[in-house]
Design a protein around this ligand. Structure first.
Ligand code: NAD
Length: 325
């Protein structure tokens, strides 16, 4: 099969390209940039293109059977809440143009990576609320900017399915983490930021956590994420599906887990002036289990061990760069 993965220079996309190559497919990548933490992408061809431009979307989807559309302007809660217009505009352009290009180039299957940020804020006001079901997304009150755009683009997928017969998959990802993810610079998400802070801290130091640390989340390890994306693509299911875990922890729990892995005793200082996102969020996977007879199973502690080891190695390398010869 000839597969295109957009966002192939990013975190999830770079892992997905590896998996699709290992499965024996012909894989093209497309992104504004090449993978940051690897010497080269294993893609058969890598388009360095801005997918906000329709002509570029037409070019990268030529003679392609299957598209995983992962490209997005995104980041952690601090980034998406301070770039509402740019994020919504950039992502709307990418997703509108990719859908139309896929229609015109007769792409057989199109997968869109949506987000748990589509769920209404009102359903996420307590730390121990009910796991979010796919139907909970309506009536709509998603995360400003990023979440509204994701919900709109989900609807666009449904309209292209109804009006043009495009075979779509819509996956609502819940907090993906793992090696090769951004861990510094402002776009990193909470697990990566916490691993970096723990790696930089000395035993007995204090590290800062945004909010009061009692907000709850579930986290999806990258290998489960990739397995889920591939299985959902293979399924015939065309409506939104959660892809997340049910292992709910507070952000303080997350810090303590990482500090334990690093064997450091650390104090937590809460900065409640910083954005902390919704109060509590977790994923109901009933529909996922019924659809693909599988659900994520990698325990948070196991995923964090891998993630921390990778980020700690990057931090050590950045602190002690190899001498220039
Ligand atoms: P990422 O930022 O690592 O990767 C996104 C990639 O898209 C980047 O490499 C970026 O350069 C590329 N991109 C941005 N604008 C582009 C443009 N105009 N043209 C071409 N490429 C462009 O993010 P990720 O974590 O790998 O996320 C992949 C997808 O999954 C995104 O759609 C994201 O919204 C979604 N998602 C991720 C998470 C998560 O926790 N990581 C959660 C929910 C949804």
């Amino acid at each position: 099969m000839r597969i295109l993965c957009t966002g192939a220079g990013g975190f999830i996309g770079s892992w997905l390209v590896k998996r699709l190559k290992a499965d024996g497919h012909y894989v093209m990548g497309a992104d504004l940039k090449r993978p940051e933490f690897e010497p080269a992408s294993p893609a058969d061809f890598f388009h360095l293109r801005d997918l906000r431009e329709f002509a570029n979307c037409m070019m990268v989807t030529q003679q392609i059977d299957t598209v995983y559309n992962l490209a997005a302007d995104m980041g952690g809660i601090g980034f998406i809440t301070s770039h509402l217009a740019d994020v919504a505009r950039n992502n709307a352009l990418i997703n509108l143009n990719m859908l139309e290009a896929c229609r015109q180039n007769n792409v057989k299957r199109y997968l869109f990576t949506s987000s748990a940020c589509v769920y209404p804020l009102g359903r996420q006001m307590v730390t121990d609320g009910m796991p979010l079901k796919e139907t909970d997304a309506w009536p709509a009150d998603p995360e400003d900017g990023y979440g509204w755009e994701k919900l709109f683009s989900e609807q666009m997928c449904a309209y292209y399915r109804k009006d043009h017969g495009l075979n779509v998959r819509i996956v609502r990802l819940h907090n993906v983490y793992g090696p090769l993810g951004t861990f510094t610079g402002g776009r990193e998400k909470s697990p990566a930021a916490i691993c970096r802070k723990v790696a930089q801290a000395k035993d007995g130091d204090a590290i800062e956590v945004w909010g009061d640390g009692k907000q709850t989340r579930t986290y999806l390890y990258i290998h489960d994420c990739i397995e889920g994306l591939v299985r959902i693509m293979q399924s015939g299911y065309q409506r939104p599906l959660n892809l997340g875990t049910a292992e709910l922890v507070t952000v303080d729990d997350l810090v303590n887990l990482v500090a334990g892995i690093a064997a450091k005793r650390l104090k937590i200082v809460h900065d409640e002036s910083k954005p902390q996102g919704v109060r509590g969020r977790s994923s109901d996977n009933l529909r996922l289990r019924r659809t693909v007879a599988w659900e994520p199973s990698i325990r948070l502690i196991d995923g964090l061990k891998e993630t921390y080891a990778w980020i700690a190695a990057q931090v050590a390398r950045d602190q002690n760069p190899a001498p220039v010869r």
